[in-house]
Design a protein. Structure first.
Ligand code: PMP
Length: 444
């Protein structure tokens, strides 16, 4: 039998160094909110594979739908023929779209690929080149997506030249304005919208600008929900200047924030919405959703992809959509989110540990805790972080030792909670208890 040690040697020898790992143990099984590692350890999964296995690992109905589809048709190929799961999935998605105008679908395999599709669409349709993206944004690792990603320099460093025509606007997160948590939100929103207007008169003329792209909750940039007034302001700017608005719901979509899509909190109509991750609960599938009016402007053959809209992934996604309804997933998100916020806010208010917590924020079960960096000589005044403290990373590592997977996010001292949307009250409480212990040990 293979033990963890030689397998790890094997992995280090043969798997690219370009990947990061939270743990060096090997994952062998997933069931609901738990994963089993080769070492025999069972870990509570508060990462969901970065917001993907939202209905837990190996959800029985999703796995069965995929298995059944495997015996029927694995690969249809979207440029050869429509296949039934592709069309049935659209039928399921239409009624849950955040706006009835979103009625035209294009399926691909990953978030990045869908972002590329959206970029290509807005350029092809408007015949304009420039894209306005947000400070702190993450949209993926492919060349177009990487060019509009602004959350960490590591993602683009050394890979230039990137896609040209990208202009970055401020996202109303207090860090971006060298402010403090609790700063007046309206002022942040107005300052950010003002900057977007300035960009359009100083850097990128509306007649050269195809679209604005934004995550309704900044994901890899720190789990920061966009204030509804900001999203509404962007919609107004887009309408005023003839720009398209792309909403990237790759991480925030599919119930993660307590609504089917986070954009619903603002009531804003996207011209294009990008979805992935939770859509098929682990099977590779993503989509660019738009309007028939827009996509009718595309020439046949300009979009496509060998594996795009794979039949097994589509069958899994149909089962996901059905499970959302049958299992009242959104009700569970709301109940568990209330418990999670209550406990984390109590920790923030704690007289000892609380002084190391700068902010608890998020929407639904997309929640972040940002720690306060102790300031000394290695303190970086721009990112307000003691570069040797690594509090968030230390808390994440301590959680792992105690039996829970918990990710960090952004260049700031932030950990993010992404538990399964159907997690039980008991498992959530277990995760919170592990987190509290870890925080007390690291900063206490
Ligand atoms: N957009 C957002 C908002 C994301 O969070 C991610 C992935 N973290 C992506 C796009 C890229 O998705 P993928 O990794 O599937 O290419």
């Amino acid at each position: 039998s293979i033990t963890t040690a030689p397998l790890l040697d094997f992995a280090q020898r043969h798997v690219t160094k370009g990947l990061n790992h939270l743990t060096e143990d090997v994952m062998v099984k997933g069931e609901g909110s738990w994963v089993t590692m080769q070492s025999g350890r069972k870990l509570l999964d508060f990462t969901c594979g970065i917001g993907v296995t939202n209905l837990g690992h190996c959800h029985p109905k999703v796995s069965k739908a995929a298995a059944d589809q495997c015996l029927n048709l694995v690969h249809g190929q979207c440029s050869i023929a429509y296949h039934e799961p592709y069309l049935r999935l659209i039928e399921r998605l239409l009624p849950i779209m955040p706006h009835p105008s979103l009625d035209s679908f294009y399926f691909v395999n990953s978030g990045s690929e869908a972002v590329e599709g959206a970029l290509k669409m807005v350029r092809g349709i408007t015949r304009k080149q420039n894209i306005i993206t947000m400070q702190g944004a993450y949209h993926g690792r492919t060349f177009g997506a990487m060019a509009i990603t602004k959350s960490k320099t590591v993602y683009a460093h050394g890979f230039a030249p990137l896609m040209p025509g990208v202009v970055t606007a401020p996202f109303p997160y207090w860090h971006h304005f060298n402010a403090e948590p609790g700063v007046n939100e309206t002022e942040l929103v107005n300052a950010s919208l003002y900057q977007v207007e300035l960009l359009l008169s100083q850097q990128t003329a509306p007649t050269d600008t195809a679209a604005i792209i934004i995550e309704p909750v900044l994901g890899e940039g720190g789990y920061v929900p966009a204030p509804p007034a900001f999203l509404q302001g962007l919609r107004t700017i887009c309408d005023k200047h003839g720009l398209l608005l792309i909403i990237d719901e790759v991480q925030s979509g599919f119930g993660r924030t307590g609504r089917m899509f986070s954009i619903e909190y603002s009531g804003v109509r996207p011209d294009i919405m990008v979805i992935a991750k939770g859509l098929a609960n682990g099977f590779p599938l993503s989509a660019v959703v738009s309007t028939k009016e827009l996509t009718d402007k595309l020439k046949p053959g300009t979009m496509g992809g060998t594996y795009a809209g794979n039949a097994v992934s589509c069958a899994a996604a149909i089962a996901v959509a059905d499970a959302f309804k049958e299992e009242n997933i959104l009700d569970n998100v709301k109940a568990r989110s209330t418990e999670l916020f209550r406990e984390l806010k109590a920790l923030e208010a704690d007289s000892t540990v609380g002084q190391h917590i700068l902010e608890v924020r998020g929407q639904g079960l997309m929640v972040a805790v940002e720690f306060a960096s102790p300031s000394h000589s290695t303190f970086d005044p721009v990112i307000k972080k003691d570069t040797t403290a690594n509090l968030a990373m230390k808390v994440s590592k301590r959680c792992l030792e105690k039996g829970m997977l918990l990710l960090t996010t952004s260049v700031y001292e932030t950990v993010r909670f992404i538990p399964p949307l159907n997690i039980s009250a008991k498992d959530l409480a277990r995760g919170i208890a592990i987190f509290k212990e870890a925080v007390e040990e690291v900063v206490g």
